[in-house]
Design a protein around this ligand. Structure first.
Ligand code: HEC
Ligand code: HEC
Ligand code: HEC
Ligand code: HEC
Ligand code: HEC
Ligand code: HEC
Ligand code: HEC
Length: 262
């Protein structure tokens, strides 16, 4: 089934869910038309562990958060959390045994509400739908409920000192504990940063964090020059860059800070 149908399905199921909450529809109807079941075969039971306690399909959020208070404890809470856990989680209970799966495969779930960028240069993990490698689906103490500050997120995969590589298992693990396969990391590269991880990119000696050239300009971060998801410029830059990294008056990405030099 195409993604397009999938999206419609999700909207439909949300509507049904809202109806169910107001008591107008039956859970049974909702289940029969559940798009996740049509779109994808239900995940093998072995892949979804048995939930330690049996749950009712319509268990209120408050009952979930009695045990899972962590999902709401971050300073930045994903807006949809207020719509209830079953916006994303599907609860199925049979013979007193509960399995909690997702309403869509994790790599497609976020796209059901957040359309992917059309920009031609897309960051690998974003393009592959690996949103939860950087974002908590629930909440965190960082803007955009990322697992760490934006700078630490970038360094987590692009600084040799931060990423743990397991060649035997063909996986990498970020400092915040997300494990990805080498296949998912296809094309990734380390930066040649100094040992403090604050300089030597994009040219030797150049700061990637710390104070800016002039008072009043925000401190430098990876996001001073790069987009996180997608861009119409090479290397996910916010604007064009010079060919050989020489300063030039017309190279957008350098100009924003170095214009005073010309
Ligand atoms: C009585 C305590 C309790 C309640 C109530 C509860 N859970 Fe859990 N849940 C657990 C424990 C314990 C685990 C296993 C350890 C963990 O992952 O935190 C778990 C695991 C999970 C997992 C991870 C996958 C899995 O099935 O192991 C999900 C998802 C989940 N719960 C969702 C929910 C949702 C949604 C609700 C409300 C409808 C809920 N839980 C209610 C205790 C509870
Ligand atoms: C926006 C979609 C979304 C909503 C809403 C949501 N979850 Fe999740 N949840 C996920 C995804 C996606 C994962 C799997 C993350 C992964 O694979 O890294 C997950 C994983 C979990 C887990 C297991 C891993 C963990 O983070 O501990 C628990 C427990 C859980 N959710 C509980 C809840 C509860 C309780 C609620 C409602 C209060 C809720 N979720 C609402 C998307 C959601
Ligand atoms: C059911 C629809 C829905 C799903 C599924 C969903 N989101 Fe959201 N998300 C929203 C809404 C609504 C907002 C708030 C409006 C906005 O900023 O676009 C939001 C906001 C966000 C924000 C912005 C937070 C901010 O502070 O600006 C992030 C990041 C985000 N979602 C990530 C995710 C990720 C990652 C997933 C998959 C695990 C996901 N969303 C799945 C509906 C959804
Ligand atoms: C490489 C890490 C990374 C990946 C992968 C990633 N994001 Fe983000 N995303 C970020 C960072 C960093 C921010 C900015 C947070 C901030 O404001 O500091 C952000 C911001 C956002 C925002 C709010 C601002 C905006 O652009 O609208 C949304 C919504 C969002 N992400 C959704 C997603 C979705 C959906 C996916 C998967 C398709 C995804 N992200 C994948 C790192 C990532
Ligand atoms: C989960 C691991 C991961 C994280 C976190 C991550 N990246 Fe990447 N990055 C990759 C992979 C894999 C590639 C190679 C695929 C590609 O070219 O996009 C890549 C490529 C890039 C490229 C080259 C893109 C191109 O078009 O050649 C840039 C620039 C980049 N990342 C910047 C960032 C920035 C900025 C952040 C923080 C917001 C970040 N990365 C966080 C995995 C990651
Ligand atoms: C001052 C601007 C600037 C800052 C700050 C910056 N970058 Fe870059 N980045 C660039 C430019 C320009 C390129 C293209 C370099 C080239 O073509 O030689 C680049 C290229 C990259 C690439 C692709 C490298 C390759 O070898 O193909 C990655 C990955 C990357 N940056 C990640 C990051 C991360 C992570 C941070 C933060 C730690 C960061 N950048 C901070 C300007 C910047
Ligand atoms: C976010 C602001 C910012 C951007 C964008 C930026 N720079 Fe810089 N640049 C700085 C700061 C801050 C310094 C350090 C100045 C100092 O210490 O005196 C610096 C220093 C330099 C130096 C001297 C390095 C050294 O060894 O001291 C060069 C060369 C340079 N930048 C080139 C570039 C190029 C090329 C670009 C575009 C790809 C660029 N810069 C983009 C802020 C920026």
């Amino acid at each position: 089934m195409s993604r397009h149908n999938y999206r419609i399905g999700i909207v439909l199921s949300s509507l049904l869910m809202m109806a169910a909450m107001s008591g107008a529809a039956q859970t049974a109807t909702q289940k029969k038309t559940s798009p996740a079941k049509v779109a994808q075969p239900a995940p093998a039971k072995a892949a979804v562990p048995e939930h330690p306690v049996p749950l009712a399909a319509d268990a209120p959020v408050s009952s979930c958060t009695e045990c899972h208070s962590g999902v709401l404890s971050g300073k930045y809470v994903h807006t949809v959390m207020s719509d209830g856990c079953t916006t994303c989680h599907q609860i199925s209970t049979k013979d007193g045994v509960t399995h909690v799966s997702l309403v869509a495969p994790v790599s497609q779930l976020c796209e059901t509400c957040h359309a992917l960028s059309d920009d031609k240069v897309r960051h690998g993990p974003y393009n592959e739908g690996l949103c939860v490698s950087c974002h908590s689906p629930h909440s965190s103490d960082f803007p955009g409920h990322t697992w760490a500050s934006a700078q630490d997120i970038c360094l987590g995969c692009h600084a040799r000192a931060r990423l743990k590589v397991n060649q035997k298992a063909k996986t990498v693990t970020t400092p915040w504990g997300k494990t990805l396969t080498l296949a998912e990391m296809k094309g990734w590269m380390y930066l040649n940063l100094d040992s403090t991880l604050t300089k030597n990119h994009p040219v030797k000696g150049h700061p990637v964090s710390g104070p800016n050239l002039k008072a009043g300009l925000p401190p430098i971060t990876c996001l001073s020059c790069h987009k996180t998801h997608a861009s119409s410029y090479k290397n996910l830059l916010t604007a064009g860059a010079p060919k050989n990294m020489n300063l030039c008056a017309t190279c957008g990405v350098c100009e924003q800070c170095h214009e005073s030099l010309f």
